[in-house]
Design a binder for this molecule. Sequence first.
Ligand code: NAD
Length: 285
Amino acid sequence: MTKLINGKEFADKLCDKLASEVLSLHSQGVEPCIAVILVGDDPASHVYVKNKIRRCEQVHIRSLEFRFEDTISEQALLEKIEDLNGDSKVHGILVQLPLPEHINDSAIIAAISPAKDVDGFHKESAGALMLGQDGFVPCTPLGSLMLLGDVLPTLSGLHAVIVGRSNIVGKPMASLLLAKNCTVTIAHSRTQNLPDVCKQADILVAAVGKPELIRGGWVKPGAVVIDVGINRVMVNDAPKLKGDVCFDEVKDIASAITPVPGGVGPMTIACLMYNTVEAARKQAG
Ligand code: NAD
């Protein structure tokens, strides 16, 4: 029978554990703190930030929210980050993406101190992950790996196919699975015969942003399927979230699958908490 991978439940358990670790840090005089920067009025970004701040409260992490109009200059944003880099009470800095077009995302991410890069997007963090060195791992792939570890006794030798090659999901996911001794294939928009490539996967990770792209016939019986996609679609005039995997077709073919919502999404925020606690612990020595 197919296992439904309950990311919400896993994330709640992880956050309970982190909450007691944070209380223990408090008793040692360390108060983990994250600064969240939000630019403009993109509704989805506001929802993401609200959810992150709510989780911080549950985990007793102090959160500072800085909101700016979308007219803010890149220079002003860089100066804010520089201030936060120098503030020893702030352990993690998160800049909610996307940023307005006149601001260069890469320059902003590069300005965050790698020690406070709890999103794991800085090139130093990306390089460390690639080289198998210590550093912050982007939250979505980290959460996906935790879910995989929960359903598979070992990942070693399994063929993992990742659909999507973004810097925040596909590429770091590939590095993580390679480090676990998977044979890794990265598929993308130019991949030929995508259904055949997917069908070879023991582990199939979909991070594309195309609702229900992955069909039942693309999945090897018994594969574990991690659906990272979050797509807002209208169903019978009502907004609904859909993954990149056609859940109804795949659910009886895979041995385990993450639902959308309630799969990878909650793990992303839980792993942000995890990285922030790690950042505080490291900075406190
Ligand atoms: P992205 O747009 O940066 O990258 C998408 C990737 O998909 C690209 O590498 C592209 O080559 C590939 N692609 C596009 N069309 C394709 C096709 N037809 N066939 C094969 N590959 C194709 O997206 P992203 O930031 O990596 O996000 C991917 C999805 O994951 C989105 O739905 C996003 O909302 C979701 N997401 C979810 C979480 C979470 O917390 N669950 C976090 C980040 C992203």
